[in-house]
Design a protein around this ligand. Structure first.
Ligand SMILES: Nc1ncnc2c1ncn2[C@@H]1O[C@H](COP(=O)(O)OP(=O)(O)OP(=O)(O)O)[C@@H](O)[C@H]1O
Length: 380
């Protein structure tokens, strides 16, 4: 959720945003999308997670419903001094339907937050974008700031920010910020604002007796819950939640995640960025795994966490690193996004790598790997 003040802040942050001409970003999806296998969508009412017909659909395919958000070839790169570039996001390609949650997971610095910022038009001035992100008739990558501020942020796309302390307005109480947002986005009458703010707080497990507190008087977890409450107020059809469970105890993680799931089950779409794979398993219908700026696997949650498990060696490594699984870290470090190899970015860390990996693998049938195993991974 973006409060009016934060919208202003965001507006100034986006000044100077520029577009990359097709082809200027390596591997631009204007060419790459044709390599990807897709099946035609069919309109199926109801929640994609529970729809029996959803079982067995292609992992690279979005929900069976008409997508609310359709992202094609989304690329973001940052211009740096000396003519260098950082390819933070490359060729992201996914759909998100109403009533569906997609969890975006991956190591720190792989581009998850930049992707979310691109969808909100909140990239800094040295960012260049390519591709498209259609939310109905609006392309979020090319929409002007006035459209984004007046009709998109908060109203059509809500945000649970990664850094709630920086997102909340420091000189206003949480209650005042909730009331202001309720008034701006829902038209709640003045006399009803206090009760409505309490209800909004309750949804995110924010204690009502803390509504008169200022952001600096909140713990990290409480600030997170305040930001979640603000994000839910506008009832935006698309919610972006960037690490919404950071700093919360396990109980509160579960409670927050369950509230987000309720939001999804009411028909909203949720893109949840998280390091918490347990939270992803609990809330998501599908999981997208990002590595070095690229989505390398897109899978149904049940298949990903259960049988047959992930197909990309990096995704398998993520699961194997969990304490409740093999507790084996992935060896090595991800490559610098400003100095990516021409082939598979995971090659140097991959025990399955062959000469073929010197060429970047296409994203085919839900995975970008030259050697995705068909069966259950041997190292699970
Ligand atoms: N304004 C910027 N200029 C240059 N590089 C940037 C800028 N903003 C982000 N980056 C780089 O883009 C890359 C992706 O960052 P991003 O914040 O999206 O990672 P992330 O996957 O969300 O990580 P985390 O999980 O730690 O939040 C990082 O290498 C980061 O340093």
């Amino acid at each position: 959720m973006t409060t009016p003040q934060n919208t202003d802040r965001a507006a100034s942050a986006t000044t100077g945003r520029s577009r990359v001409t097709p082809g200027a970003v390596p591997g631009n999806a204007h060419h790459a999308s044709s390599e990807r296998s897709r099946e035609p969508s069919a309109a199926v009412p109801g929640n994609a997670r529970n729809a029996p017909s959803a079982v067995g659909r292609s992992a690279s395919e979005g929900s069976l419903q008409t997508p609310l958000l359709s992202v094609r070839g989304l690329s973001v790169r940052f211009r740096m001094r000396g003519g260098r570039h950082i390819a933070a996001v490359a060729d992201a390609d996914f759909d998100l339907a109403p009533g569906e949650c997609l969890a975006l997971v991956g190591e720190s610095g792989c581009g998850k937050s930049v992707l979310a910022s691109a969808l909100l038009g909140l990239l800094p001035g040295n960012a260049q974008t390519a591709g498209s992100a259609l939310l109905g008739d609006v392309d979020l990558l090319t929409a002007d700031e006035r459209t984004l501020a007046r009709t998109v942020r908060g109203r059509r796309v809500g945000l649970v920010p990664q850094s709630p302390a920086a997102h909340l307005t420091p000189v206003r109480t949480v209650g005042a910020q909730l009331a202001e947002t309720l008034r701006a986005l829902t038209g709640t009458r003045k006399q009803d604002l206090r009760a409505a703010a309490r209800t909004a707080a309750e949804r995110a497990a924010f204690p009502a007796d803390h509504l008169d507190r200022y952001p600096h008087e909140l713990s990290g977890g409480l600030a997170q819950r305040a930001a979640t409450a603000l994000a839910l107020v506008g009832d935006a059809p698309l919610l972006l939640a960037d690490e919404p469970t950071t700093g919360l105890d396990r109980d509160l993680v579960d409670r927050t995640v369950d509230e987000l799931r309720r939001h999804v089950d009411e028909g909203h779409a949720l893109l949840m960025i998280t390091h918490d794979l347990a939270a992803a398993e609990r809330v998501a219908d599908r999981v997208a795994v990002m590595y070095a700026g690229r989505i390398v696997e897109l899978a149904d949650t049940a298949r990903f966490f259960g049988t047959p498990g992930p197909r990309h060696p990096y995704a398998r490594g993520l699961l194997n690193a969990l304490p409740e699984r093999a507790f084996t870290p992935i060896p090595g470090m991800p490559p610098e996004l400003g100095d990516l190899p021409p082939g598979c970015a995971f090659e140097a860390r991959c025990t399955y790598a062959t000469d073929a990996c010197a060429v970047r693998p296409a994203f085919t049938d839900g995975v970008a790997c030259h050697h995705p195993p068909a069966e259950e991974p041997a190292r699970a």
